[in-house]
Write a protein that binds this ligand. Sequence first.
Ligand SMILES: NC(=O)c1ccc[n+]([C@@H]2O[C@H](COP(=O)([O-])OP(=O)(O)OC[C@H]3O[C@@H](n4cnc5c(N)ncnc54)[C@H](OP(=O)(O)O)[C@@H]3O)[C@@H](O)[C@H]2O)c1
Length: 258
Amino acid sequence: MSQPIANSVAFVTGANRGIGAALVEALLARGASKVYAAARNISTLDAIVARGEGRVIPVSLEVTDLDAIRAAAALASDTTLLINNAGVVASAFRPISDISTIDDLRLELEVNAIAPHAITQAFAPSMIAAKHGTVVNVASVVSLVSYPVVPTYSASKATTHSITQSWRHTLAPHGVNVLGVYPGPVDTDMARALPIDKTPVTDVAHAILDGIEAGVQEILPDPVAVAQGAQYLANPKELERLVSQQMMQQEAQETVAA
Ligand SMILES: NC(=O)c1ccc[n+]([C@@H]2O[C@H](COP(=O)([O-])OP(=O)(O)OC[C@H]3O[C@@H](n4cnc5c(N)ncnc54)[C@H](OP(=O)(O)O)[C@@H]3O)[C@@H](O)[C@H]2O)c1
């Protein structure tokens, strides 16, 4: 099932910066008729709302707040394209043996997995009634294979992937498409500290919209995602070994540099 971007009514979480902000810009450029831009601090949306010239509606949304989710779904009941983009990395380069990773995992599960699940639950009834719509969850390549430098984030994003599959199964009979996005490193605040090549955020946003328009169920929006997605499908154990080896090399280089 494909979903044209032109004339769609989109709802984007984490719309104030990074991939979310780039998605709002790309949606506007490709003719979306309305974009609900959701952020925790609504004043951070001022510039994007101004650029939208009436097509961007700011929505206050902390994605872990169930009452706020229900209010947003009621406000935006005409949504045809829901993009669960907001996400968090609680810590990186922290060994999984560290006790604080328990709290890291709790937060990451709340924001990266439970929130997209709860938001989809709140928006699904209006899409089911319309017998039409698309839900997009921004997962990660780490959903497919754990990156040892971000072990708890990887675990939370693996849950995002699983939730996406469950919702796909549940909503498909109602004409509602559920897609997952599995980016590699993207040049945003989230990946700022990673000393590796990153794909420009505008390229990623347009690749995501291309995937939505084509109805691709697993959208791989950058070269790392394409390579690791193919490896995952061909030989998941080999991908696990390769990623683990790369991370060990990176850690060794950082130790020498320090
Ligand atoms: N960058 C990458 O390399 C990469 C790779 C794969 C997947 N991803 C995924 O892509 C998505 C976007 O990431 P990004 O790179 O754009 O990250 P980012 O630049 O750090 O932006 C994260 C966005 O999520 C919002 N957010 C975080 N916690 C929230 C909460 N509790 N309630 C509401 N909004 C919240 C942030 O809002 P505030 O401004 O209020 O903090 C911000 O708008 C995430 O799901 C991320 O996991 C990113």
